[in-house]
Design a protein around this ligand. Structure first.
Ligand SMILES: Nc1ncnc2c1ncn2[C@@H]1O[C@H](COP(=O)(O)OP(=O)(O)O)[C@@H](O)[C@H]1O
Ligand SMILES: [Mg+2]
Length: 257
């Protein structure tokens, strides 16, 4: 049975897609069977993992135009269900009574085939996001250490609470992941540190003790359609994502006890 991880934040540019691709890379490198699902109409995760925009997409699966298995593409990185801009029509298209459960129901048929299913979400709190939360075992919330990126997250919190109440009681919030952090000995500004703590309090979760460093390679990897651990295994961000996986998923590492 797989663990379904959803990476979420309604803000764009905070490292959601990078986190999905990088974790997928670490899982794969440790012999795990991985399925990455792109629920963002921008299709950035699909591209980053080298999946072409051909054939069936997550949109087709969600709308019953294909079986979910038929939407799975195999790339050099991992298995991927792609998305494209057509997915942005979902708010109007998904109107059935169980509209929040469509993805969860679809994943039942592939859940046994993977160790980890990683779902990337759009920078919005839409029916797609709710579907991802409903299907999820756990959420990771990336945030950049900037005051503006840390503000206005009340709606995200309320959405998580509502999903827990109505659709997915077991939804586990693993924590806030700080991304694009200054490297070297540079510290975060005191106000930012305080704000991060405040946000974590509001979400009733931890700030994960592993932070992701700002690395040029992290921004370059998507253009090469390689996960960070393949593109630049020794860069800081690649090592950070490895440490993050070690923290959250220790069992996948061969030397873990
Ligand atoms: N650790 C990092 N270091 C440097 N650049 C990063 C890092 N993480 C993400 N980026 C870059 O920041 C931008 C936004 O990241 P992305 O993962 O696409 O965010 P989101 O999916 O939340 O919109 C992208 O250009 C990405 O390559
Ligand atoms: Mg993204």
């Amino acid at each position: 049975m797989s663990t379904i991880i959803v990476v979420t934040n309604q803000k764009g540019g905070v490292g959601k897609t990078t986190t999905c691709a990088s974790l997928a890379g670490v899982f794969k490198a440790n012999g795990q069977k991985v399925l990455a699902i792109d629920m963002d109409p921008q299709g950035n995760l699909s591209f980053s993992l080298g999946a072409e925009d051909v054939g069936f997409t997550i949109h087709d699966a969600l709308n019953g135009k294909c079986e979910i298995e038929d939407a799975i593409k195999t790339t050099d990185m991992c298995d991927v269900i792609t998305s494209n801009i057509v997915l942005s029509g979902s708010e109007l298209e998904m109107t059935t009574v169980r509209r929040e459960f469509v993805l969860k129901d679809l994943l039942k048929t592939v859940k046994n085939k993977y160790d980890y299913i990683i779902i990337d979400t759009p920078p919005a709190l839409s029916v797609l996001t709710i579907n991802a939360y409903t299907a999820a075992d756990e959420l990771i919330i990336p945030m950049t250490p900037e005051i503006l990126s840390l503000q206005g997250l009340t709606q995200l919190r309320e959405t998580i609470i509502a999903v827990r109440k109505y659709y997915n009681k077991k939804l586990n919030l693993r924590g806030i992941l700080l991304t694009k952090c200054p490297g070297g000995r540079q510290l975060l500004a005191r106000e930012v540190e305080e704000m991060v703590r405040l946000v974590a309090n509001q979400f009733n979760c931890d700030v994960l003790p592993v932070k992701i460093t700002n690395s040029v390679a992290a921004a370059e990897a998507p253009a090469h359609q390689e996960t960070l651990n393949i593109y630049s295994p020794s860069c800081r961000a690649a090592r950070d994502y490895n440490a993050l996986a070690r923290l959250l998923y220790p069992d996948i590492f061969p030397d873990s006890e």
